[in-house]
Design a binder for this molecule. Structure first.
Ligand code: 8ID
Ligand code: ZN
Length: 352
């Protein structure tokens, strides 16, 4: 009893207004290719990436027309005929992350850097995503959702959670170290605060506004800096870290401003992890001080299947909790406006 049509939020072309359509076709079970599965969605988180996709402001263009969304949770209702060795079955609760599929055979896939596979399919970017009642995904890449976590709580772990979990994993930090998190009050940032605290790191949170301050302090940030009020962010961070600076920074701001002072506030030997994705900005780092301080600058792009399992497991144990408000799919346009204005503390999760 899979319907022929569904409700979906469609971007007709780059930059065009979003349309909520009630007659969007559902791919039927006998139309699924081997390795594909049809997932009936309950919820989907809204990531700032979806807004970049809708605006078309990245150097790699999305497909159009496009259904966005890559933080979906639902149940498998069909699997393509002749699918070999599926790790999931009909009825399983699964998550749809940004990396919908990869070849699993190339050098990047073999090394666990499958998100950089040249044949990667991206949910809500190069293939239709989760702002719909049904989505076609891939048995090898859907993330099993453990019992003991609500679908709405699990949703944003699939992008915001996985991404920040991995970024912190590769930040070269140990328990007791200081980590600076510009963008700490946003969707990625508020989970970064928690994954950092969970690893025993000491958090300097940077963002703006009373809501975000309250949120990050409640989640365990020791130091708060409001980037709109601070007169000298570098001095503030040094003052909080015995004058030495922080061991790492994970930047999750959607604009380049969050990156600007990092070379100056990192301590010698520190690591800058770039996560936030302004479309055209360049990283303007002093070569001299990058060398002189022995800094590392790394990019971190979502996570592989194992990162997804690990990040989800920590959330299912209740050690990291997404702070979210739920809204209907029809509110997506307003959610984009809220993200653009920087008004959303934590995440919005849409109910399908
Ligand atoms: O794999 C990846 N690297 C990846 C995965 C997922 C998302 C990257 N992203 C990218 C998104 O495409 C987007 O560019 O990370 C960025 C943040 O996504 P988000 O967390 O979903 O966005 P948000 O909820 O709007 O949070 C951004 C926060 O940054 C703050 C804002 O106030 C907001 O809370 N912020 C800004 I904009 N400028 C700031 C600054 N100068 C700042 N905070 C501190 N200093
Ligand atoms: Zn995302």
């Amino acid at each position: 009893s899979i319907p022929k049509v569904q409700t979906a939020a469609v971007v007709p072309k780059a930059g065009a207004a979003l349309e909520i359509r009630t007659d969007h076709p559902v791919k039927q079970p006998d139309e699924l290719a081997p390795g594909e599965c049809l997932v009936k969605l309950d919820v989907s988180g809204v990531c700032h990436t979806d807004l970049h996709a809708a605006k078309g402001d990245w150097p790699v263009p999305p497909r159009v027309p496009l259904i966005g969304g890559h933080e979906g949770v639902g149940h498998i209702v069909a699997i393509g005929r002749n699918t070999i060795d599926s790790p999931v079955k009909i009825g399983d609760r699964v998550g749809i992350k940004w990396l919908a599929d990869s070849c699993l055979m190339c050098e990047q896939c073999r090394k666990g850097l499958e998100q950089c596979c040249s044949k990667a399919k991206l949910s809500g970017y190069t293939v239709d995503g989760t702002f719909a009642q049904y989505v076609v995904s891939y048995t090898a890449h859907v993330t099993p959702i453990p019992d003991g976590i609500d679908s709405a709580e699990a949703a944003s772990i699939l992008c915001a959670g996985v991404t920040t979990y991995r970024a912190i994993k590769y930040s070269n930090t140990n328990a007791g170290d200081w980590i600076v998190l510009p963008g700490a009050g946003g969707g990625l940032g508020h989970l970064a605060v928690q994954y950092a605290v969970n690893r025993g790191l000491r958090v300097v949170a940077i963002d703006t506004g009373a809501d975000k301050k309250q949120l990050v302090e409640q989640l365990g940030a020791e130091v708060w800096i409001d980037f709109k009020e601070s007169k000298d962010i570098v001095a503030d961070i040094k003052a909080a870290t015995d004058g030495l600076g922080a061991h790492a920074a994970v930047v999750t701001t959607a604009s380049s401003t969050g990156y600007e002072q990092a070379i100056d506030y990192l301590r010698a030997g520190g690591t800058l992890v770039a996560v936030g994705l302004p479309g055209t900005a360049t990283l303007n780092a002093s070569i001299f001080f990058t060398v002189f301080k022995g800094l590392q600058i790394v990019g971190s792009y979502v996570g592989n299947r194992q990162d997804a399992v690990e990040a989800m497991d920590i959330a299912a144990q209740g050690k990291v909790k997404c702070h979210f408000a739920t809204k209907p799919l029809s509110a997506l346009k307003d959610v984009y406006e809220g993200l653009e204005a920087g008004k959303i503390a934590g995440r919005i999760v849409l109910q399908m």
